[in-house]
Design a protein around this ligand. Structure first.
Ligand code: SAM
Length: 432
């Protein structure tokens, strides 16, 4: 059974979970219900995606999310695109939270009397039964849907991230809603918000489900990261929501609110040209450069595309491609062009010493001496070391070097095969 929730006069009665989204402007407080908060899309990510969506030409019609949770992503789309939305959520309290959040967003953007807000509809019930939902919502148009956004629920402790675990299931949603899309030469518009842990094989499976309903519809895979080398979201943008000619994008959400995300992208051909990343370990060498780059960018498959922008040399001396610190060796410094590029570099510098002393209590004083001989005032550890030892070694470096008056900063990396530490100096406009 479907039921409609009045968003214009939405009440917060019974909604207990209210919180300030850390990524939203101060004062924009959202409601959640039934532990919906961890499921909801951070406001900064939601609006960044809505801005990207606003650059596409969608068909006329409603923005639908048929498993909308607390409705944050959908409300962001509606307010940025100024289009009415249909939010459907199985859990009635979460549907109520969606109605309330939609009102909060409209109020924040002074749109309480805007047609997109007034025409929006929030419904509780099963999102895979369009007929009942549209009837309850009073929507009589034959093909009312311009865009379907779907962020299915997943079991919290899932190991496999299997497609069959998603609720609602993608194939059920596709089959149910396919007849309701407004016609457009590029097909329907869909934005599938998926687990960042989907394997390449599972990504192909998703494409198989899409092709079974809309064969060969255009598609753009989008990896989104909020930093710390993590992929936070993996989404498939389809049809009118896809970016024409672009097979893949990497979107880095900056740490400061209000700053535009950086977007890297490639066509299928561009991906094929730049995708191959193999480890090719050379002996440790003084004078070469070591860069520790962004693990999420590497995971997105667009590292090669970015490297071709910041360097002219063949960048293939990958010392390590696993874990949080992908380490690349090269001959010339990276040509970083501003903040966007710098966000993708954990550290970059030139090797000034090869150190064979151990990084522990017995070797740290000698490492400090070498750093002082190299006129260094700070050395950051950029290597894998036990969580107990890390603060002790970093603390010792910080304390001992602070007493001296070196003029250069740098970092310590480890050669992947030989047991050698690489002391690297950051050059003036490259960061540590
Ligand atoms: C990951 S959450 C969506 C979060 C949302 N994107 C946001 O920004 O708040 C997925 C939601 O799907 C709902 N759901 C699961 N099966 C459903 C179904 N058959 N119909 C409607 N909603 C469903 C769950 O209750 C859950 O709230």
């Amino acid at each position: 059974m479907h039921a409609r929730w009045d968003h214009v006069n939405a009440s917060e009665e019974g909604l207990t979970e209210q919180s300030q989204d850390k990524t939203a402007p101060m004062g924009l407080m959202f409601f959640h219900a039934k532990e919906g908060q961890p499921l909801s899309t951070p406001w900064q990510v939601a609006t960044a995606r809505s801005v990207m969506l606003a650059e596409r030409s969608l068909a006329e019609g409603f923005l639908l999310d048929c498993a909308c949770g607390s409705g944050l992503q959908l409300a962001a789309h509606a307010s940025v695109l100024k289009r009415p939305m249909i939010g459907i959520e199985l859990d009635p309290q979460r549907a109520q939270a969606t109605a309330k959040n939609l009102q909060i967003v409209a109020n924040h953007s002074r749109s309480l009397h805007a047609p997109w807000f007034e025409q929006s509809v929030v419904i509780s019930g099963d999102g895979t039964h369009p007929k009942g939902a549209l009837e309850v919502g009073g929507i009589e148009l034959e093909n009312p849907i311009a865009l379907l956004h779907l962020d299915p629920a997943r079991p919290r402790n899932s190991r496999t991230h299997g497609l069959e675990e998603m609720a609602p299931r993608l194939d059920d949603v596709f089959a149910a809603w396919a007849p309701y899309f407004a016609p457009h030469p590029r097909g329907p518009g869909l934005l599938l918000d998926l687990s960042p842990r989907l394997t390449p094989l599972q990504q192909k499976e998703v494409e198989g489900l899409v092709d079974a309903v809309w064969p060969n519809v255009e598609r753009t895979w989008v990896w989104t990261s909020r930093g710390r080398g993590r992929v936070d979201r993996l989404a498939l943008w389809l049809g009118t929501a896809s970016k024409q000619g672009i097979a893949r994008q990497f979107v880095r959400i900056p740490p400061t609110l209000g700053t535009q995300p950086m977007v890297l992208e490639a066509s299928l051909e561009g991906l094929e040209e730049h995708q191959k990343i193999n480890t090719l370990v050379h002996p440790p060498k003084r004078g070469e450069y070591v860069s520790i780059l962004d693990a999420a960018l590497l995971e997105s498959g667009l590292m090669g595309v970015w490297l071709s922008r910041v360097s002219k040399e063949p960048m293939n001396r990958w010392a390590s491609v696993e874990g949080r610190r992908p380490q690349l060796h090269h001959d010339k410094r990276l040509r970083l062009d501003g903040y966007d590029d710098e966000m993708l570099v954990q550290a970059t510098g030139r090797v000034v010493e090869l150190i064979r002393d151990p990084l522990d209590e017995t070797g740290i004083d000698r490492i400090v001496e070498i750093a002082i001989e190299n006129n260094m005032s700070a050395v950051t550890l950029r290597l894998n070391i036990t969580p107990e030892l890390h603060p002790r070694m970093q603390g010792s470096l910080d304390r001992q070097l602070a007493r001296r008056h070196g003029g250069r900063e740098g970092f310590l990396a480890r050669h992947p095969i030989e047991d050698v530490l690489l002391l690297c100096v950051c050059e003036s406009d490259s960061k540590n």
